[in-house]
Design a protein around this ligand. Structure first.
Ligand code: HEM
Length: 466
């Protein structure tokens, strides 16, 4: 184990464990995202994890600049993911792949998602339908302590199913319940940091590799069925359905880079990246609204005032709900659901500032630190949506808050996620008052680490709004 030449400053290293013994914090996650490391070594930190060079960027401007170029947009070849998702050592789809093929698949996915995901009413209708159904579900559990845990999972995954395959499931359908459970297992049980220790793949039970493999196989079954249904539809009608799978199959007829294997991997990635993230953000939102009833009341008043003026909750009207959107931003900031981008990889020898970054180095950012830094956010410990509203009552962007990442790999689902979170929340806040539970401790936005920082289950007490 050796540090590369002119590598960014960082703690000393020892064989096998690299920098780990010199990083403070009880768990690996806390060590890596710690303020202590940034205080000691500055905006770009060079670490060795296992035997791999790894760079943590803690300055948001440096991160933005580094990630907007082409050199640092690869994905690490995670030895565990290679066992589960690769074929002949190659990744397909969006999340794990890089190179020309990834670019091509990503461009097509963004185009179709813009068309059907947010541009057309298909997804908006789905969001509104699911939000209304959710209100009906919550209505059954008012005036009692309610455990908030999985309530958003199926509504959120249904919006994805509509976009991808024009199907939706009832909330008690055993198949969707099983599907959602698999997604949760992958997301909650996952984490980037295991990949530093490739040796884990030789202990498939201990490392969870066997479970991941089985989960991955099961997840593909309903997706494959929908792909087959779409192919059968095309056989009989000679036309393609107007959803993601339909559009992709149509593209396959003329574009040799598109194939069914990529399609399957993209669908897996969209479900994997677009379900637990959105449902967890909604859970965090409910917990913050319960902890800060004044903020909740101000959201409610805004929704009510706009409703009285004839403005309904819709994607088209989303920007008019300034306070609700500011509240969602504040939830992103305070929860730091995404503490970092997903790990990137240097595709060639390159530089960050004046430091040398060798080919294959893994890159992470520290968005969680930036979210809580008084340089970028006044009184960061406060939950204060007004920080995102200017004197003319317009929503202001703070460039440091980047829950969806920045640069060439920025999350392709941002608009969809923001739209969905807005519609679900606005409808729920209009219908219910979320109060502290009577017989349980109040929510406190506690987290558990998986692929992201996820909310622990908590209790609330719902009252009906007139
Ligand atoms: C609150 C919701 C969400 C948050 C906070 C979030 C955040 C992120 C972040 C930080 C990244 C990594 C960016 C990078 O590596 O530089 C990412 C990637 C990704 N997200 Fe999201 N996301 C959310 C929802 C969604 C949704 C709804 C979808 C799709 C339906 C989605 C699909 C993806 C995909 C496919 C990638 C990988 C893109 C690539 O590597 O090219 N995400 N997301």
């Amino acid at each position: 184990t050796k540090k590369p030449k002119n590598f960014p400053p960082g703690p000393p290293i020892v064989p096998i464990l690299g920098s780990i013994p010199f990083m403070k914090g009880p768990t690996l996650n806390e060590k890596i995202w710690s303020k202590d490391l940034a205080d000691q070594f500055g905006p770009v930190i060079g670490l060795i994890m296992g035997n791999k060079p790894f760079v943590m960027i803690t300055d948001p401007k440096v991160a933005k600049q580094a990630l907007s170029g082409e050199d640092l947009i690869g994905r690490p070849r995670d030895p565990l993911a290679l066992e589960v998702r690769a074929q002949n050592g190659k990744f397909f789809g969006l999340f794990l792949a890089d190179g020309d093929n990834w670019k091509h698949q990503r461009r097509f996915t963004l185009k179709v998602m813009k068309d059907i995901g947010i541009g057309r009413s298909v997804s908006e209708d789905a969001m509104i339908l699911e939000a209304d159904k959710l209100v009906q579900e919550f209505d059954k559990t008012v005036y009692q302590d309610l455990l908030m845990d999985g309530q958003f999972n199926i509504p959120v995954v249904n919006v994805l199913w509509v976009m991808l395959a024009n199907v939706r499931y009832e909330y008690n359908d055993p198949e969707i319940l099983a599907f959602m459970e698999l997604l949760r297992q992958l997301f909650r049980g996952g984490g980037f940091l295991k990949q530093f220790f490739g040796v884990l793949k030789y202990f498939p039970n201990l490392s969870g590799l066997n479970v991941r493999r089985a989960t991955n196989q099961k997840l593909r079954i309903p997706i494959q069925r929908e792909i087959d249904n779409h192919k059968a539809y095309h056989k009989t009608t000679k036309s393609h359905m107007n959803d993601f799978i339909g559009q992709y199959l149509e593209e396959m007829e003329t574009d040799p880079m598109m194939n069914e294997n990529e399609l399957m991997n993209i669908c897996q990635d969209l479900f994997g990246a677009g379900s637990e993230t959105v449902s967890s953000t909604l859970l965090f939102s409910i917990s913050f609204l319960t902890m800060y009833p004044d903020v909740q009341d101000e959201c409610f008043q805004e929704i009510l005032n706009l409703e009285r003026g004839g403005t309904q909750v819709s994607l088209q009207n989303q920007n008019k709900f300034v306070f609700v959107n500011a509240t969602i931003n504040e939830v992103f900031r305070k929860s730091s659901l995404t503490a970092s981008i997903i790990p990137h990889r240097a595709l060639r020898d390159t530089k960050i500032l004046d430091y040398d970054i060798p080919y294959d180095t893994m890159i992470l950012t520290n968005m969680m630190l930036n979210n809580n830094d008084p340089i970028y956010h006044i009184n960061p410990e406060d939950f204060n949506p007004k920080r995102f509203i200017n004197e003319s009552q317009k929503l202001v962007k703070n460039d440091v808050l980047t829950p969806f990442g920045v640069g060439k790999r920025v999350c392709p689902g941002e608009s969809l996620a923001r739209g969905e979170i807005f519609i679900f929340l606005a409808k729920l806040i209009r219908a219910f008052q979320f109060c502290k539970p009577v017989e349980h401790p109040p929510p406190n936005a506690d987290v558990v680490w998986g692929m992201a920082r996820l909310p622990k289950p908590f209790y609330v007490y719902l009252k009906v709004r007139k």
